[in-house]
Design a protein around this ligand. Structure first.
Ligand code: EPZ
Length: 430
């Protein structure tokens, strides 16, 4: 139960290296289950969610090797995964409970072994998050699905078969799971209204490098021609657009200037447009972004979260916090998850002026100052929003429950200290 102690008021300037994307790495790891050969992932972030996924795969029989690497002068990890045979086809409750992305083993195991038992993840702090689209799609592909004792038991004794699927929601998780399942199905699968998040493109590119036949990458219609088998590959994980967007806000909120290295502006067009409209100066190269808010008076903007390429729900909490320092009022509307304003009551304890309407929208009004306080959040992105508030608050802010941040922000304090923040981790005995 470590804490972060932040002394606010420092303008952040310098460079931050953006890590590989957690939300790309997690399905990529599971995609390695589709082949007996070795799959090597480079530019991997060192995060607790990656370690949790590795433990699950080891439990299923995967041999994992890791080594340190350096990309553009920055340390990262290389992991190799090889699963010649499965020693278990069960994803137990304890793994899924800790990390719902464990459900990415569903598609690959069912496709390869024609059987899987997966503990149902249930709801989480940000919403109910059902799996109905994953399950009904697999049924349409010929699987027999049974829910028993909290587990999904999926069987496809004859193997999965191609189907024409129309998703009622462009779900990221369902798109990844079905994409993986369809690579080894008999015949062709079409996914209409597929999610278009860049992490899905990254997964599809790697699957194609493994021998899959996926077309329509980046579009809402994915076509997957099933193949007999997939082979190993080496793949570099795409840069983390949400980490980059979070540090872009850190630059803006402290009226500083940060160059985000290894960041992909092409994956952040909507958030960067909002920052520009607010008055922040943004310079892009194909793989870096300079966010310059020195001397800027920022103007509040309304934001509504949406599926990619719309404004990402995973940056909503951070931008909401930024709006506290912008002139006027800003309306923030959350459309993806039904309970994603849990950071607001904590921000109010620091002096924020925010009025939440139901679960869907919040009016954020500019405040002269925030004051340091003890705060805690219930999810990863909300925790980052509290760090942002701490960076500009007068006095000391203690952010509790740092384990949320450790799931998705590699070397958070180190990166922030590197650009001038006064932030330290207070280690607490377990
Ligand atoms: C992914 O979650 C991300 N997680 C989330 O990031 C992200 O917030 C979300 O996509 C939206 O971009 C990972 O990539 C590991 P969805 P996912 O399926 O796949 C509903 C973070 O902070 N839905 O696109 O679970 C669902 O309830 C995390 O890094 C169904 O109704 O999101 C939600 O309202 C948090 N039925 C909406 O769709 C289904 O079968 C979008 O969910 C599936 C989803």
């Amino acid at each position: 139960m470590d804490k972060l102690k932040i002394n606010g008021g420092k303008k952040l300037t310098g460079q931050i290296h953006i890590s590989g994307a957690k939300n790309a790495a997690l399905p990529l790891i599971c995609a390695s289950l589709l082949t007996q050969e070795r799959v090597t992932l480079t530019n991997m972030p060192a995060l607790s969610d990656i370690r949790s996924m590795n433990l699950l795969l080891e439990q299923l029989g995967t041999k994992i090797e890791s080594r340190d690497d350096v990309i553009d002068g920055n340390p990262c990890k290389i992991y190799s995964y090889q699963t010649p045979e499965l020693s278990s086809l069960i994803a137990p409750y304890d793994y899924v409970r800790k990390m719902r992305a464990s459900y990415y083993v569903l598609g690959p195991l069912l496709a390869r072994e024609h059987y899987v038992e997966l503990s149902l993840p249930g709801g989480c702090a940000i919403g109910a998050r059902p799996m109905d689209i994953h399950l009904s799609s697999l049924e349409q592909m010929g699987a027999d699905i049974e829910i028993k004792n909290g587990y999904v038991i999926a069987r496809a004794p004859e193997g999965l078969k191609g189907a024409h699927l129309i998703f009622n929601i462009a779900s990221v998780g369902a798109t990844c799971n079905i994409l993986m399942a369809a690579t080894l199905a008999h015949g062709t699968t079409v996914i209409e209204n597929a999610a278009r998040e860049p992490e899905i493109g990254d997964l599809a590119e790697m699957l194609n490098a493994m021998g899959a036949k996926i077309s329509g990458i980046g579009s809402p219609v994915l076509t997957i021609e099933g193949v007999e088998k997939l082979h190993g590959t080496v793949h570099k994980v795409i840069s983390d657009r949400i980490e980059a967007g979070s540090y872009a806000v850190a630059a803006a909120i402290t009226r500083g200037k940060i160059e985000l290295l290894n960041a992909l502006p092409s994956t952040l067009q909507t958030p960067l447009r909002i920052l520009r409209e607010m008055g922040v100066r943004i310079t892009e190269t194909p793989n870096s972004i300079v966010v310059d808010a020195e001397g800027c008076r920022l103007e509040g903007k309304d934001i509504m979260t949406d599926y990619y390429p719309g404004f990402p729900t995973d940056l909503q909490a951070q931008f909401l916090t930024l709006m506290l320092t912008a002139e006027g009022a800003s309306m923030i509307t959350e459309t993806i998850f039904e309970n994603r304003f849990m950071h607001v009551p904590e921000l109010m304890r620091m002096g924020a002026n925010i009025n939440v309407h139901g679960h869907a929208s919040a009016i954020v009004r500019s405040v002269k100052k925030l004051y340091g306080a003890q705060v805690m959040a219930t999810d990863l992105r909300a925790s980052f929003a509290l760090v942002l508030a701490g960076l500009i608050a007068e006095g000391e802010t203690i952010v509790n429950r740092v384990y949320h941040l450790d799931r998705g922000y590699e070397k958070l304090e180190e990166k922030l200290r590197g650009v001038g923040a006064d932030i330290v981790r207070i280690k607490e005995p377990d």
